[in-house]
Structure formats: C-alpha cells, structure tokens
Design a protein. Sequence first.
Length: 385
Amino acid sequence: MTDRQTAPETIEESRLTVALLAFAAVGWTAAMLWSARASITSRADAAMEVTSTAYALPGAVSADLVAGAAVALLVLTLVSGRWTLGATARFAVATGSGLLVGLVSAIPIITINTLGTIYAAVGGTVAAAATIGGALAGLRLPRVITAAAAASVGVFLIGFVLNLFQEPVLNAFGAGDTASSANAAQWFSYSQAALSGLAAGLISYALLRRARHRDASSTAGGLRWPMYALAGAGPGMLLVIGELLSRTAGAKVLDLAGKVSELERTVQELLSTARLNNALIVLFAGALTAIFAVGRTLGSPADEAGPSAEEPPATTDTGIRGRADRASRDDAEPETTDGAEPESRDDAEAETTESAQPGTRDVGEAGTGVKGAAEAPRDKSEAGA
C-alpha cells in the first residue's frame, strides 16, 4: 500500500515568505489607519470630519482584509510546524487571528471620539474586514491565499505610486475644462485598474511558480491552472468584498456623508460605483493574466520532465538493429535460382549425406545447387553398364 500523495494546494507556504507578507500587510494597514485618523482629526467642523471618514473607509477596509489574512497565514504556518490541524481547528485559529488584528485596527478609529457612533461603526467595519480576511486564510489553500495576499499588496503599491503622479498622468489624458477633466479621470481610473490587474496576475503566478520549482522533487506535483487563476483574481475579490462591507457595515458613514450636501451625495455615489468597477477589472484582468502566464509555460522543459534532447530517440536504435538483423538473415540464406525456395537445414544435411551414395535419390527432388554434384556419379554407372 502506498502513501496518499499530498495535494499541492494544501501545502503550507514557507515561513519566511509568510512572515514578509504579514510584515508588509500590517505595515500598509497601519499607514492607512494613521492617514485616516490624521485626515479626520485635522478637519475644523463635523461635516468635514464625516466626509473625510467616508473617503478613508474603503481603503482601511481593504487593507484590513489583507492584513487579517496575512497574519492568520503566519499563525497557521507556525502552529502547523508543531501540531497537525484539522479543518475545524484550522478555521478557528485563522478566524481568531483575524479577529485579533481587527480589534487592534479598530482602536485608532474608535479613540478619535468615543461618544460618536460614526467612529464606532467605522471601527466595527474594520474589525469585521480583518476577521473575514482571517477566515479566508483558514481555507485549505495556503499557497493560493498567500499569492493572492501578496498580489493585493502589489496592487496597493501601484495605486499609491500612480496617485503620487496623478496630475501629470491626468494632463497626459487631456485634462483641461470640466468635461475633459472628468473624461481624463475616468481613463486614469481604468488604466490604474488594468495595470493593477496585470500586476496581480504576474505576482501571484511568480509566487506559485517558485513554490512549484521548490517542491519539484516532492510527491506533491504541481498546481492546476485554475489555482493560478484563483490567485490572480484574489486581489480583485478582496476589493469587491471590501466595497460590499463599506456599503453594508459602513452604510451609516456613507449615508451621513451624503446628507452633508447634494453634491457630496453625488460624489459618494460616483466614487462607490467607480470602486466596484475597478475591483471587477482587477479581478478579471488578474485572472486572465495568470492564465496566460501559465499557458506560456505549458509543455516547456522547465515545467514538464521529458526525455533529454541529447538522447537519440528509441526508434532510431530499433530501426538500425532491425535492418542489421534482416541483412544477417539474408546472408545466411542460401541463394536460389529459377524461383526455387531456399532449403531448410534438415534438407541440406540429407542432401549432403545422399551425395556420397550415387543413385539413391531422385535428381528431380534435389535443389538446383545439389543437382550438378549428383549427376556425375550416375553417368559413370551408366557407362559401366
């Protein structure tokens, strides 16, 4: 009986990779929360505080989703090195880790004003996001979740860099008056989403491919292409989940921001629609990029073990040996004339014995080659008679 092979998608990621990912995700979340707190507390009146809170909510929620998943993956990796966790225990540990990250993340927002219900709603939404991220890490797809979380950090960084150079990019898209500026902003948003999806697919593919090469000598084998597509679509999925959380758990914040003015309500609706569209673009672009990257490597020597190009094909040696055997058989067979069939070994021995006793064998039964040797003694006997 052979041992059951371990499914490649259930193998834990290396501790160093998960630790670096958790450090990057937690650092990004801390930066987002600090920026949100600074933006909210710097406003002079309550109306501006509400609108600033509404602007900062989606980014903080998305960051906490990734942070909860990354920290949960790190905890699971450390715990799995000592004990074997079942499905239920794994899910409980991951969810608890995400909840702990969420509670810590809610503190900077709630402490802005402990009497304001709006900040309690924001803190609860952030905590829920981190808990959901931890629960997702509890799925038995640690490498896929790790690749998706790392790609999400890459998406965050691309958005940050593009926003730093937003003004020259908008000018390149033809921003000028009100109509052209709106058109340029839309193109900027679509370009950012497409570039983020491309980066998500490539980053997730690179991590999964590196893990596959690292385990090439194990019995686990490689991941199937749908797992690459799932990892590439992971950042877009997290953005969609974050937007849904902002619209549900954080609905009170968005509603209050919309009540500030009619213009603010329109802006919030436009921003909400744009975020959802961008999340869907990142989702599909990331999945397609990962699939195309896998398709380029299908059948390559690096991914599939096959016969070496330096070794001659087995059919060549077989063909040469077959021709040599046929040539040997042709040389060994006696030559025949007049279409006569070659004689067997027993017939040849019988003819040799009878050739010493003239007249004992009918000449017509002998082959052409033996006939000439048997006629001479018979002529001598006839002459004597």
